[in-house]
Each structure stands twice: as C-alpha cells, then as structure tokens.
Write a protein that binds this ligand. Structure first.
Ligand code: ADP
Ligand code: ASP
Ligand code: MG
Length: 406
C-alpha cells in the first residue's frame, strides 16, 4: 500500500461535526492507502492561546510554545477517538513522540530531522497515524512551534521524508485562487500553479499555504494539492514549472497587512551604514523585506525605509535605539498602518509593462506607493492600509483575473 499525507486546517476541524467529517474522509481514503493525517488546532484556538500570552506579556519562549502548541493536542485526540469508533487502526502522535526534531528558535522553529524509521514502524502496525501539526521538539528537548500556519509545513515535511504518493492540504476554500476569495468574490480557482508562483503568493501574504511548506515541497519536488474538506472536488495542484504549458503573465494578486514600515532618517550617507543597520537586525533574527534608501533634503545624509513583520517591529525599534550612537541617525519612526500588495506570475519574465500597469492602476485610484520591491516573477508595493481592498480588487480586474480560467 502507498502512503498519502492529508492535512486538515483549523476550520476543517473547527468543531465536533467538522472532525466527524474528517473521520469520514479518512474512512474513505484508508481503503486505498496508508495515511498520515496532520491536524491544526480548532479555528481560532491558537489565536486565543496567543491572546493569553499577550495579556500576561510573556516573553518566556519555552512556556509560550507549550501553550501555543496545545490546541493541536486536542484535535488529534478527538479525531483518534472518532476513528477508533469506526474501527480504523489508528494512533495519535505528538511532535515529540515521533520525534520531529527542530532547532531552538521558538515560535519559528525549523525542522531539522524526522525519525522515519519510527514512523515506518508505526505504519506497519497502524493504518492511520494522526499527527499534531505545528509542533516539534528542539535539540534541547523543549516543545517548539513552527510559526503561525505551520502545520502545512509539518505535513509537507512528513510527506517529503517518507516519499509519500500525495500530500493533500484540506482547507476552507476550494483551492488557491487568483486572490483571497474572501476579499474578492470574483476570484477564480487556479487549477495548476508552479512552486515558484505559489512561493511568491505565500510569502507575500496568501496564507492558504505556509511559505516554508512551499519551499520544502519545491526542494523535494513534492506535488501538493490544496482542496476543500467540505466539497468532494479537485483543488489546486502546485507543481514543477516544467509541467505548466501555458504561463500566465499575472496569475494572482496577494496582500499582507502583517508588516510595518520603519524609517530611519538622517543617517550618514557613506559606505557601510546599511551593512551596520541590517547586520544588527539580522543578529536579532528580524526578517527585513522591502528596502528603500534615499538622500535626504540636505544632500548630505540619507534616509532608509524598510519593512519588518508587525510581530518584530518592537524588537527592531529596541535594537536600533540601543545602537543610535553607532548608526548616528536623527530620527526613527515606525508605521503599522501599511499593507503590501503584490502581483505574481511566471509570464512576467518575458513580458514588459506589467509593473507599469500596476503603478497606473494604483495611480488611477489615487493610491500612493511608499516602497517597491521586485523579483523575476513578482512586483510588490507598499501602500496605506486603508486602500488594501480597493488595490486588490482593481489590480485583479486590471490583469483580467475576474474573467480568466486557468
Ligand atoms: P487552514 O486553517 O485550513 O490552514 P488558512 O486560514 O490558513 O486555512 O488558509 C485559508 C485562507 O487563506 C482562506 O480562507 C482565504 O481567506 C485565505 N487566502 C488568502 N489568499 C488566498 C488565495 N490566493 N487563495 C485561496 N485562499 C486564500
Ligand atoms: N494552529 C496553528 C496556527 O493557527 C498552526 C496552523 O493552523 O497551521 O497558526
Ligand atoms: Mg493555514
């Protein structure tokens, strides 16, 4: 029998009826394959746990992860009970029991190793392993979490390590759409998407797949399917570029409201300053995304603007303030009132005018651009947060995504 990995997200296990629905899907699939089932916590649960930590202002990394990962313990337990009632040979497993070994960066831990021999042993005895997503155990023996949305990464890591036949990610939408269907109802489901496109979509905010899960799938050439747990129909396949015949110029629009803008003004305009600033941030493991540098009005000093995740903006501010003398800046400002809008498509590589269309569309809607960044297959702009919906909708229309089918 072949192995299939199936991951069910928070809304798919959001209450007992939904978990019973998952048990039915498994009951059907287990007749054909051995299964590894990876679960998230019930929808909203991890937010609730994070909120407790916020209220008590906890900076205890080890305890934080113990709390944050607990939602998954509940769902795998409940599903296992329902599977046993159906007489399916199954066992629930927490990250540490496998073990899924991670590094020690709590709240964004990276998987270092998965003990596949142990899993194979379990698979000889059981037909279904129900595994808690989002969690692992560090090399120091503490429970870790992989970052919000990380159970996709758990599933892809397991599927890759075990050479699974398929990795199906079940969620609350029918697949990957041309943009978030909850913002633009005219968004269309995409049948096939390349790893590269999906990587750009995820990393620019389309939370339907955790970015690291796409990176991992791409590295291992593992085809992922994103599909609905409530409808019995095909979803979106994320595949190798070579398998896509028709390349769209723009295949999707994404947005992220999870980033903040940091502006450092009046820094000396001389070599080494950027290296100093970004070196200090890198030392603290702070992810910097868009960067713009310009000469300030006096023509002697410079300003640097960049974005960091909202969750890291306080940390960034502290690092920079602590090094004020070293960097020699005049002022430091942060702004959470921004959003990043991106257009993504493989066809961009061979087409000109894609960026121009983006800028014109935004200008036509009187939306000011605060920063720009590009890659071969992506253009991102930073704008005022209040224009997020209008920017997404107007770009979706401008690139004909309202009408296209793929
Ligand atoms: P799960 O709990 O199943 O992991 P998530 O909430 O993490 O689900 O991801 C699914 C959500 O991603 C959808 O409900 C949708 O609002 C959002 N989303 C954002 N961009 C896209 C996109 N391009 N295609 C599909 N869904 C998207
Ligand atoms: N439960 C975790 C979260 O909400 C992991 C996941 O859903 O993928 O972030
Ligand atoms: Mg998710």
């Amino acid at each position: 029998m072949k192995l299939v990995v199936m991951k069910f997200g928070g809304t798919s296990v959001g209450d007992l009826d939904k978990i019973a629905n998952v048990a039915n899907i498994i009951n059907h699939e287990v007749k054909k394959n051995k299964l590894i089932v990876v679960l998230s916590a019930m929808a909203g649960e991890t937010n609730k746990l994070q909120n407790y930590l916020d209220i008590i202002k906890s900076d205890n990394q080890i305890e934080n992860d113990l709390v944050l990962t607990s939602g998954e313990n509940v769902t795998i337990g409940l599903l296992s009970i329902l599977l046993k009632k159906k007489r399916i040979k199954s066992i629930p497993l927490l990250g540490w029991q496998i073990p899924i070994i991670t590094d020690n960066s709590h709240q964004k831990a990276k998987i270092l190793n998965i003990d596949t021999n142990r899993i194979k042993k379990y698979l000889r005895k059981y037909d279904v392993l129900v595994i808690a997503g989002f969690q692992g155990i560090s090399t120091k023996g503490n429970i870790t979490s992989l970052g919000r949305g990380g159970s996709d990464t758990s599933a892809v890591a397991l599927a890759s390590a075990l050479n699974a036949k398929r990795c199906d990610i079940y969620t609350d939408v029918d697949g990957v759409f041309t943009t978030d269907p909850n913002i633009e109802p005219r968004a269309k489901k995409i049948n096939k998407l390349t790893f590269e496109e999906m990587l750009e979509m995820s990393s620019t905010g389309a939370k339907v797949l955790h970015t690291r899960s796409v990176e991992l799938a791409m590295k291992n050439s593992l085809v992922i399917q994103v599909l609905s747990s409530l409808k019995n129909k095909k979803g979106t396949l994320i595949v190798d570029e070579k398998k896509l015949i028709e390349k769209e110029i723009v295949s999707g629009v994404s947005y992220s409201i999870n980033e903040s803008k940091v502006t450092i003004s009046g820094i000396p305009d001389k070599p080494g300053i950027s290296a100093k600033i970004f070196g200090l941030l890198a030392e603290k493991n702070i992810n910097v995304d868009m960067i713009v540098q310009n000469i300030s009005q006096d023509g002697i000093s410079a300003n640097i603007t960049f974005t960091v995740p909202n969750s890291e903006v306080d940390k960034a501010q502290i690092v920079l303030k602590n090094n004020e003398k070293k960097i020699k800046f005049k002022s430091l400002n942060t702004d959470e009132n921004v959003s990043k809008i991106s257009v993504i498509g493989m066809g961009m590589m061979s087409q000109s005018g894609v960026a121009q269309k983006m800028f014109k569309t935004l200008a036509d809607n009187s939306i000011n651009i605060l920063a720009i960044s590009t890659s071969e297959i992506k253009i991102s702009v930073l704008i005022n947060k209040k224009f997020t919906n209008i920017a997404v909708k107007s770009l979706h229309k401008a690139y004909n995504l309202n009408s296209k089918k793929r």
